[in-house]
Write a protein that binds this ligand. Structure first.
Ligand code: NAD
Length: 456
């Protein structure tokens, strides 16, 4: 079934229809209409999957996707025009242009934590650039997966864009095929499997992976505001956000004030009875819930630590100075548990950050410009924010993606269009002049040839 689906997509791509920019725009408009039509159903599905609050479903999934879609619609005509660039002297007379050409058939594999956003956002880029696509949503959020499949089936014929639902076995079968591009969002562990499979066919990839994202709060930070912004970014989606703060390194001088501000911000956001707050999500699967619950054993809990097995509920939790070899400091937490680690010197910061691979995000709260600059230039990471968390993802003008362990490639806005396009370079020569210098027999004096670099 997968082989014939891919074959049909290859044949559809060959018809050249997707190369027409009007066709792409009409396709995006059809997608937009379906998303608007099913917006409530998407929110309901997200609620069924992990009690995602409606505000968060709208703000971080559907409206976020619609905003990206509209931005692409507004700019696609300009982006898709061949870009004229300069020619060099040796080619005189000539013109040079860069053509954005679709790769062909694209495979998109998405995770469960933002199951709608992370299926649709790459799909918008793939369509905008003129590709056909197969989307494989996560099996761990089955209700959202179904709505994604319905929207795609309503908007497109299968041979152009389609959904293949299923788990690991289906994903592996899809990865065996020869795609022209693979866009994967998920864990670094599975990212390596995707990369290996893609290498078999020399298929280019984007890997949107994970990391242990540090957040530094120095002694000059606006502590209360920092706490409010960190709490929002950390407990949004119950901490299941790839760019959420993983752990905070706070200067010793302001640690107590900061912890108090964190506690107040949590209570203000979710009240005392957090389990009954309509604004707080659950852990998506019992497997992830158990993994997170184990992290709490033997730790000093500053706040929270409340769990409910019946509902995969883990309340916002602050942990004091976990040891280096504790479970919570092993790898990415990916849940509502926030270790608070005091530091004194910049060497202390380095000791922590350099222990893990390059993170996807890094945040620094400080009013000292020199310190901010030092941190963002010293460490390598996907992207970050000074004096806030998570918000980098909302700016379509900056690419979103990781580096090293946290991924390959960046997307959103024009960066998505560029990512899903091969940049084809075309040099067009004039015929009215043909300088004979390059043709044998070589008669130019060697002394002149030694100055040839000025012609290139
Ligand atoms: P995952 O890697 O387990 O799964 C992602 C997708 O891969 C799913 O569709 C799944 O069916 C498939 N898959 C799982 N195991 C596979 C295998 N062995 N072979 C082939 N396919 C397989 O990730 P997840 O648990 O769904 O998502 C959480 C992870 O994703 C976190 O680590 C998070 O940081 C990361 N993430 C990254 C970003 C980003 O933009 N960089 C965004 C969201 C989530």
């Amino acid at each position: 079934m997968i082989e014939s689906l891919l074959e049909n997509q290859v044949n559809f791509f060959k018809t050249q229809q997707t190369k027409n920019v009007k066709f792409r725009k009409q396709s995006l408009i059809r997608l937009k209409k379906q998303i608007i039509k099913f917006e409530d159903e998407i929110c309901d599905a997200l609620h069924q999957d992990f009690k995602k609050p409606k505000f968060e479903s709208l703000a971080t999934e559907t409206q976020f996707v619609l905003s990206e879609l509209q931005y692409v619609l507004n700019n696609l005509k300009i982006w898709s025009k061949p870009q004229r660039t300069s020619s060099n002297l040796v080619n005189f007379p000539s013109t040079s242009r860069i053509y954005s050409e679709p790769y062909g058939t694209v495979l998109i594999i998405s995770p469960w934590n933002y199951p709608f956003l992370l299926s649709m956002s790459p799909l918008i880029g793939a369509i905008a650039a003129g590709n056909t696509a197969v989307v494989k949503p996560s099996e761990l959020t089955p209700n959202t997966s179904k709505v994604v499949a319905k929207i795609i089936a309503n908007a497109f014929p299968k041979e152009y864009v389609s959904t293949v639902e299923g788990g690991i076995a289906i994903s592996q079968e899809l990865l065996k095929q020869k795609w022209n591009y693979i866009f994967f969002t998920g864990s670094s562990r599975v990212g390596k499997i995707v990369y290996k499979n893609a290498a078999e066919h020399l298929t280019p990839v984007t890997l949107e992976l994970s990391g242990k994202n540090p957040c530094i709060v120095d002694s000059t930070a606006k502590v209360k505001l920092a706490a409010k912004r960190i709490v929002w970014g950390k407990f949004l989606n119950a901490g299941q956000t790839c760019i959420a703060t993983d752990y905070v390194l706070v200067h010793k001088k302001v640690k107590d004030e900061f912890v108090l501000a964190l506690q107040k911000s949590i209570l203000k956001a979710f009240g005392k009875d957090i389990e009954n707050s309509k604004d707080y999500a659950r852990i998506a699967t019992s497997e992830h819930y158990q993994r997170l619950k184990k992290m709490l054993q033997d730790e000093t809990i500053l706040f929270g630590g409340v769990c409910n097995d019946a509902d995969n509920f883990i309340g916002p939790t602050l942990i004091d100075s976990p040891s280096e070899d504790s479970k919570v400091m092993e790898g990415e937490i990916f849940g509502p548990i926030l270790p608070i680690i005091p530091y004194e010197t910049e060497e202390d910061i380095e000791k922590y950050i350099s222990r893990y691979g390059k993170p996807l995000g890094l945040y620094v709260f400080s009013t000292n410009n020199k310190f901010q600059k030092k941190i963002i230039t010293k460490y390598s990471f996907g992207g970050g924010v000074i004096n806030d968390t998570v918000m980098q993802i909302t700016n379509k003008s900056i690419p979103f993606g990781g580096v090293g362990n946290s991924g390959i490639g960046g997307y959103h806005g024009k960066h998505s269009f560029d990512l899903f396009s091969h940049k084809k370079s075309i040099l067009k020569r004039g015929n009215w002049l043909d300088v004979p210098l390059r043709y044998p027999p070589y008669t130019i004096p060697i002394n002149w040839v030694k100055k040839m670099k000025h012609l290139f």
